[in-house]
Design a protein around this ligand. Structure first.
Ligand code: FAQ
Length: 338
């Protein structure tokens, strides 16, 4: 997907002057056509003209999303060797592998916007790019793995289903496939917790409750800052990149999860959580946004560990990339000689 022309386009974008450029009549016509298509609920393809700001917004969001998937492999990956049964080990292996696949679809979608995979990964490894705050928390017990499936994947699905209707078609297509797999991920997490809660020992039930207590608030933070402080939301909603606001998605997640918690037989760690008949939603307590920004800013419990693990994986994999390129060169030489 990636071409030299796209690289040039990206470089031009990066060095564009901040003063508003004078737009040609043709550019204005293209912009009107773009806006009309967005207003009609249509899709934008990679080859279509798009405003520079739209392209940069998508590149930011899709690359952050891709980074989240591959960093998200790390907390669960730590438990593959310690899964309690062969069945759980096979499920966890498949789940972590799926997450690697999601990263690949998303990097491919981001590449259509003019940056190479190497540039995107360099931004992650140098600490310039963001990834989801949730993956900077530790996985202390086996119950954390079930809770990641239930709550983290549950929050991810809530946020990602509307992205299947994102105005940028390559992202929307990637999301359709990703959401199908995330739904399996959520169910396997819930199932593993249900087994511990219904057939486990008291110690196992306490382990599940402890994991839920630690993950609940960070999961609510996954949806991003409150709408009033979300710098990108208004423009992204206008362009049909985001379809539902951060706060509305968070509320939908709380409403769905409270009912699932009842079936599990666990409590959620929020004394202010209660049904509000007037609103038709659950009220919930205040989120610690200072903690959120600390974690986003690099000072969460596992930020350094996660980034170091990613950089090490990249460096350890250098020989694989070199071998693949050598193989490609050999095949090209053979094809030219034939
Ligand atoms: N963590 O103005 P907004 C998964 C940043 S995938 C870190 O509201 P926006 C699968 C935001 O980037 C989970 N940073 O921004 C899985 C911006 O900073 P910037 C990832 C965050 O983009 C499961 C600033 O705050 N999902 O879990 C976070 O309109 C299990 C202002 O925020 C996606 O990426 C955060 N939580 O809305 C894998 C979905 N929230 O860029 C393994 C796609 C906000 O200006 C195991 N992304 N920030 O420097 C989105 O839907 C949006 O980008 C939001 C943020 C909703 C995340």
């Amino acid at each position: 997907m990636y071409t030299q022309a796209m690289d040039l386009m990206a470089k031009e974008g990066a060095s564009a002057p901040t003063a508003k450029p004078v737009r040609s009549a043709q550019e204005m016509m293209l912009e009107q056509r773009f806006e009309a298509r967005i207003d009609d609920g249509g899709f934008i393809e990679a080859k279509d003209w798009m405003p520079e700001h739209y392209r940069r917004t998508l590149l930011r969001q899709i690359s952050q999303h891709a980074h989240s998937e591959i960093v998200g492999m790390l907390p669960e990956g730590n438990w593959i060797t310690r899964a309690p049964t062969l069945k759980r080990k096979a499920i966890l292996l498949a789940k972590v592998q799926d997450e690697g696949g999601h990263g690949l679809y998303l990097y491919a979608a981001a590449e259509t916007l003019g940056q190479s995979r190497d540039q995107l990964l360099d931004a992650l490894h140098s600490g310039k790019a963001k990834y989801s705050s949730i993956f900077n928390y530790p996985t202390l017990t086996w119950a954390d793995i079930g809770v990641i499936g239930w709550l983290v994947d549950g929050a991810a699905i809530m946020n990602q289903v509307p992205l299947c209707r994102c105005s940028y078609a390559p992202y929307a297509r990637a999301m359709i496939r990703i959401c199908r797999e995330e739904s399996f991920h959520q169910r396997q997490g819930y199932d593993s917790l249900l087994v511990m809660m219904q057939h486990g020992t008291d110690a196992q039930r306490e382990m599940v409750q402890d994991a839920v207590n630690r993950w609940w608030w960070p999961c609510l933070m996954m949806f991003g800052p409150p709408d009033g402080e979300s710098v990108h939301s208004a423009q992204s909603m206008r362009w049909g990149i985001k379809r539902i606001s951060n706060d509305d998605l968070r509320q939908k997640f709380v409403d769905a999860t409270v009912e699932q918690a009842k079936v599990l037989g666990i409590s959620l760690p929020d004394p202010e959580l209660k049904w509000n008949a007037e609103r038709g939603h659950y009220d919930f307590g205040a989120i610690d946004w200072d903690e959120f920004w600390r974690v986003v800013g690099g000072d969460g419990p596992c930020n350094r560990e996660r980034l170091n693990a990613r950089v090490k994986a990249w460096e350890d994999g250098a020989w694989v990339r070199e071998a693949a390129l050598a193989h490609q060169r050999k095949q090209q030489t053979q094809a030219q000689a034939a």
